[in-house]
Ligand binder design. Structure first.
Ligand SMILES: *Cc1c(COP(=O)(O)O)cnc(C)c1O
Length: 223
């Protein structure tokens, strides 16, 4: 037997206070999100802008929509009016674009910098050095309508728990380092988005504040 409400309840009992659950609803229908909403879930994650916009339009307005996919600059404008957090920002150019769209909407848009921590070519993100280079240069501080709220990362897709653990530890360390060196005056720099269905417990043990869980709540996706 499979029930979204029960899956959610089960996961929530394993998540300590201070860690938020992003229910990753990508490719699942409105009805599935509604079921989770009815038992109290309010944060949902989507990876395609059009899909997120369509869901936003037909669902209650107290939902927090998190964009967790790979970002294309020409799509930012569609979600700029409502998105609560963009997890996957991986270039300065994207920050500039998000800022432009945020100004047009008269909003502040919260962002996470995605860091490449996996041993896979296919995952996006800044290398740690690229990220530090960007932050060292003060230009980003002129971007009036974005807030950098923390970091996001995806571990390697592998059964090797030790490797995943190492990658999460590495990301946590980078997060504390950046906080100390560039965000010590910014109380909003406090989020570390790491952990998915297969590794969220390990991620929490390593300091995650936002876990992005999809299939463990909604079942397998049909791509
Ligand atoms: C799809 C996706 C998830 C959720 O993956 P599950 O394994 O289904 O929990 C989390 N984060 C990102 C960035 C994703 O694209």
């Amino acid at each position: 037997m499979f029930s979204i409400a029960e899956n959610l309840k089960d996961i929530l009992t394993q998540i300590p206070d201070g860690v938020k659950l992003v229910a990753v609803s990508k490719f699942h229908p409105i009805e599935a999100i509604d079921e989770a909403y009815c038992v109290g879930q309010r944060i949902f994650g989507e990876s395609k802008v059009q899909e997120m916009v369509a869901k936003y339009e037909s669902l209650p307005k107290d939902i927090e929509w998190h964009f967790i996919g790979h970002l294309q600059s020409n799509k930012i404008k569609y979600m700029a009016p409502f998105v609560s957090l963009i997890h996957g920002v991986d270039s300065y150019k994207l920050l500039v674009e998000i800022n432009k769209c945020a100004i047009k909407e008269n909003r502040i848009i919260n962002c996470l910098l995605q860091i490449h921590i996996a041993q896979e070519e296919t995952k996006f993100g800044f290398t740690p050095d690229e990220c530090i280079d960007m932050l060292r240069n003060d230009e980003w501080k002129q971007l009036s309508n974005i807030k950098i709220c923390g970091l996001m990362g995806m571990a390697t897709f592998t059964d090797n728990t030790e490797q995943v653990n190492r990658e999460f530890k590495f990301l946590y360390q980078l997060y504390t380092e950046l906080k100390e060196n560039y965000f010590s005056q910014s109380d909003y720099f406090k989020e570390l988005s790491m952990g998915m269905s297969d590794d969220y417990k390990l991620a929490i043990a390593n300091g995650s504040t936002l876990v992005r869980v999809g299939s463990k709540i909604f079942g397998e996706r049909n791509y």
